[in-house]
Design a protein around this ligand. Structure first.
Ligand code: URP
Ligand code: ZN
Ligand code: ZN
Length: 472
């Protein structure tokens, strides 16, 4: 089956060109003009941007947390992702204490198989480090799961000590894996949490006040120092603050391979949201917490200057009713995480491109190309080029729409961005040549998403960007 996307403006991380895109079955065949001779299907993209399907490398479908589970599963969460222009996710499998990493991954395969509407890969959360686990890490790099999330926070649940972190990092120095770090000083934070609760300070705002930005900065510096000692790259997840960004920037300026993502919530939302009256602030509880608004300009600048390499969502939704409500009177019992897998493309286009902060090409790099390169999916994913998977978003940059829980597709009873008007709409979303979203209707198929075996980490992902060749 041949499909022609006609008369659009093709945007990649490197180029913006008026051209048609010819898709043959699941693959992009050519970009250029005069390609339409034998196409069975023609999609008119005039006045639209034709962009790579976005890649979200930080999601938590059905994550067990604080006695409950994230409310999106692979069916609902990947459908919502597609509605928002994301055609690939990388989700976090979780190791159970005393069990192998492989068992955790098997469990995640069961969650995803037969459900996912879009392609997906896995990272794995490592909760203990011993000889067996280190050997498994070697194997997993070869088996297409080359990234490992470690925690410096949540003592007794996820937190690892520095020795374990250093051992795991040293292993990735030889096996081609990449350590992804949740960088917050869990020990100090826990003391503050107990102190605040003892003082009767149980409201959601105290979640933010007990996790100061300085403790994210400290942990980020420590993670980078440990990685430098192990002579290996490190990737900081969900970076939220100027303090942590300063640590990443200093290391990069010094030539160290330190990388980081931020998330839309840290660019748009703030401590003021956690302070909303009543229990409303619970809707905004995530870790690291939302920061004072003054941090946002630095994060946008970090994206512009490549001290932050990409934007992911950390999608981890919990319903307000009955899930977030578990923490009424005790903020430490509010499950941590925000919904966002559907909103990233539009939020970053709106706040980045429409607001004039970043270029169209940098936008594509941040939401599609850089994540694909960083996590071993490029050039199959993250770009539009001959031979790439035909994962494509046809984006109307002029439509204005209002974000709302009434119209979103994520399985969660609120939107963090309720009532916010954004410019731009992913009108047509295509995965491997199949239309998932068109004319406001969902045409995807449950179970059509494929597991992606990813390549090992190859070092700085943005040093040699591939050129899209116009080909006829
Ligand atoms: O609050 C968050 N971020 N929840 C998801 C788990 C994590 O730490 O990424
Ligand atoms: Zn985390
Ligand atoms: Zn996360």
């Amino acid at each position: 089956m041949k499909t022609l996307i006609k008369d659009g403006t093709v945007v990649t991380a490197n180029d913006t060109l008026r051209a048609d895109v010819l898709i043959e079955d699941e693959t992009v065949r050519a970009i250029g003009t005069g390609l339409g001779a034998q196409a069975e299907r023609v999609i008119d993209a005039s006045g639209r941007y034709v962009m790579p399907g976005a890649v979200d490398v930080h999601t938590h479908m059905e994550l067990p947390f604080g006695g409950t589970f994230a409310s999106d599963d692979f069916a609902t969460g990947t459908a919502a992702a597609a509605w928002g222009g994301t055609t690939t996710i990388v989700d976090f499998a979780v190791q159970t204490f005393g069990q192998s990493l492989h068992q955790g991954i098997e469990q995640w395969h069961k969650k995803a198989e037969g459900k996912a509407h879009i392609d997906y890969g896995f990272h794995v959360i490592v909760r203990e480090v011993n000889e067996g686990i280190l050997k498994e890490m070697d194997q997993l790099v070869q088996e297409g799961v080359p990234s490992f999330k470690l925690f410096m926070a949540y003592p007794g649940v996820f937190m690892l000590d520095d020795a374990s972190i250093f051992r795991a990092m040293s292993r990735t120095a030889s096996n081609g894996g990449l350590i992804m770090m949740h960088a917050e000083n869990g020990g100090a934070i826990d003391v503050l949490v107990q102190r605040y609760l003892a003082e009767g300070k149980g409201d959601p705002i105290n979640h933010g006040l007990t996790r100061p930005a300085s403790m994210e900065g400290e942990a980020t510096s420590r993670a980078i120092a440990l990685a430098r000692l192990a002579d290996v790259a490190v990737y900081i997840v969900h970076l939220s603050s100027k303090d942590a960004l300063d640590a990443v920037r200093a290391a990069r300026d010094d030539g160290a391979p330190a990388f980081a993502e931020t998330c839309p919530q840290y660019l748009y939302l703030s401590l003021d949201d956690l302070a909303r009256p009543g229990f409303e602030g619970a809707k905004y509880v995530c870790s690291p917490p939302l920061r004072p608004q003054s941090h946002q300009a630095d994060l946008w600048k970090g994206l512009l200057q490549d001290d932050l390499q990409l934007v992911a969502t950390d999608h981890c939704p919990f319903h307000f009713k009955e899930q977030k409500e578990m923490g009424r009177g005790d903020f430490s019992k509010i499950p941590n995480g925000l919904p966002g897998v559907e909103d990233r493309f539009s939020l970053i286009f709106h706040g980045g491109v429409h607001s004039g902060r970043i270029s169209l090409n940098r936008f594509v790099e941040l939401v599609a190309t850089a994540p694909a390169k960083m996590f071993g999916l490029y050039p199959r994913k993250g770009t539009i080029a001959p031979g790439s998977d035909a994962d494509i978003v046809i984006f109307n940059p002029t439509v204005e729409r209002t974000l709302s829980a009434r119209t979103h597709h994520m399985n969660v009873d609120y939107s963090c961005y309720e009532g916010m008007t954004v410019r731009g709409l992913p009108e047509v979303v295509i995965q491997r040549g199949n239309v998932l979203v068109e004319k406001g209707a969902f045409q995807g198929k449950k179970g059509a998403g494929q597991f992606l075996r990813r390549s090992p980490f190859h070092g700085a992902p943005l040093s040699e960007p591939a050129k899209v060749e116009a080909s006829v």
